[in-house]
Design a protein around this ligand. Sequence first.
Ligand SMILES: Nc1ncnc2c1ncn2[C@@H]1O[C@H](COP(=O)(O)OP(=O)(O)O)[C@@H](O)[C@H]1O
Ligand SMILES: [Mg+2]
Length: 267
Amino acid sequence: MQIADRPPPLKVDKLSVNRSGQLVLEDVCLTINRGEFVGLVGPNGGGKTTFLLTILGLLKSKSGSIELYGHRKAPNSILRKLGWVSQHASNIPRNIKITVKELVQLGTLNSNNMFWRFSTEQNQQVSKAIELAGLKSVENKNISNLSGGQRQRAVIARALASNAEFILLDEPLVGIDRDSRNSLLKFLDKLCHEAQKTILMVSHDIAAIQQSSHRMIFLEEKIRYDGAADCFPDLAVLANLRGIKPVHEHNDPLENLYQLENMGEKE
Ligand SMILES: Nc1ncnc2c1ncn2[C@@H]1O[C@H](COP(=O)(O)OP(=O)(O)O)[C@@H](O)[C@H]1O
Ligand SMILES: [Mg+2]
């Protein structure tokens, strides 16, 4: 899928990150190619949000490197290719009266056009993003009247309106019902297949990610698994990869019985 002469959206090499003096990410290496839909999973506190914030340049690394589209120090033209949907992005306070279209329009603002009317090009970007997100019929509705899934799609549409090519999402499935979750995942898949977007999505919903992403990464300080979603390890293999040792040494009931009998003899 990667066009040979184009650098990948993300290349991370031997990345380590400290937070409050504690090592949170260690020796993370990965490359994400254009058009990939990557699910980033892992336990609470495993470093998923830290990883996204470091990619976005909001946290400093201790060592290692991050390249965005081939640039270590990405210029603004490259940073504009990134779209960021933070963990609580769709929790827009109910007292803010804003329509879907207005919210998406915000995605096209930058320091150069902030005080001008929306140009034809901006309006086209907004319409296209709303269309892609399947929100045309509700574009003039107040955000607070939408379902959780529609609100989530609206904040993604805001990122798309800025022409983002590489979209990073932190826990977008939290707090939305099953149907909304499914339509959101379908939408993200469509963005990769039909619009050649690249997606890195954090979620603790392993089952949902496995059903929708192409590739899964399990992060717990280090990368414990990186491969096809279809081959994601089962719980026992995963525990082993995470370095979790079985607590119950004697699982054989006959063996346990034998031990109990022996204990009785000794007494
Ligand atoms: N603002 C912060 N200051 C210091 N440590 C933090 C901060 N946020 C998170 N951490 C620590 O960094 C580690 C990784 O957290 P995080 O990246 O939020 O994990 P995840 O998103 O996988 O749940 C945890 O040990 C957490 O306690
Ligand atoms: Mg997190």
